[in-house]
Design a binder for this molecule. Sequence first.
Ligand code: SF4
Length: 301
Amino acid sequence: MLACRMEITHPPVANILTRSSGFLRTVCSHSLQPYRGCPLGSSLCGQGCYVRHSPWVTRGRAWGSFLEVRDQAAESYLATVARERAWARRARGSFAIFMASATEPFPAAERRFGVSRRVLEAMLEEPPDLLIVQTHSADVVRQLELLLRLQARCRLRVHLSIETDRERLPGLPPPASPVRARFAAAEELHRRGLEVVITVSPILPIADPPAFFALIARCASAVVLDHYIGGDGTPDGRRTLATPLPGAMAALEPESVQLDYRDRMAEVAARFLPGKVGINVDGFAGRYLGATGGARSRDET
Ligand code: SF4
């Protein structure tokens, strides 16, 4: 069930631009979290969310039960962007921002607080070299015009997560944003000329793989597949194995809890998006499988 009570706080923001480390290091120079905590944490995606395992973020609170609204995010961005841009170009070759890796930038609360919208407006004034907007929410279409203006000022990709074609997985909570709504959002963004990448992350049992990837090919320019094995911050998926997610996946499709499942689905995806299928961190960085099966570099990030 979705959490019905949410602790909302408004802490001061010291520095909204975080220099990337770990798996994000080859994806971007910085991550940017407009919120801390995530209202989607009690929904389907929250079950396999690697952030829920971070004691630094949760500080003992249940994932999905709290939201820190970072009201001064845009001001912090503008105050630090010159320094961070110079550092990123010198140290990483490019000023590339991933928004957001540890929260949802467009939860329902964004309609009230507008933190992500104000950050995007600040980026219009001081654009990065590359912006990757990562979301699980169809609400991203509410910022369509702003994203189109930003696309004229920097390279921009919208990563929209759609992990399966199923609206429900028995035994697990529903997604916060229905699958059909996210596909409709992707279609609209793509139709208006934005670069849309569907992130199937972590991959869940897909009922009709050819139909699923054919649909993705109609509303996106690329697809990224990620499995909880190797994708949850542990090499063997042990964080996720401690949650109800693998059991629910296995009940529907026993093979889906094996890493091979991701690769078999990648083969299906490649029939519909040749040269535009990314795996794990390479995919998030825009490095896609080539005709020979090797990843190739797309962005100098
Ligand atoms: S939207 Fe992202 S950060 Fe939030 S619970 Fe889902 S996977 Fe985690």
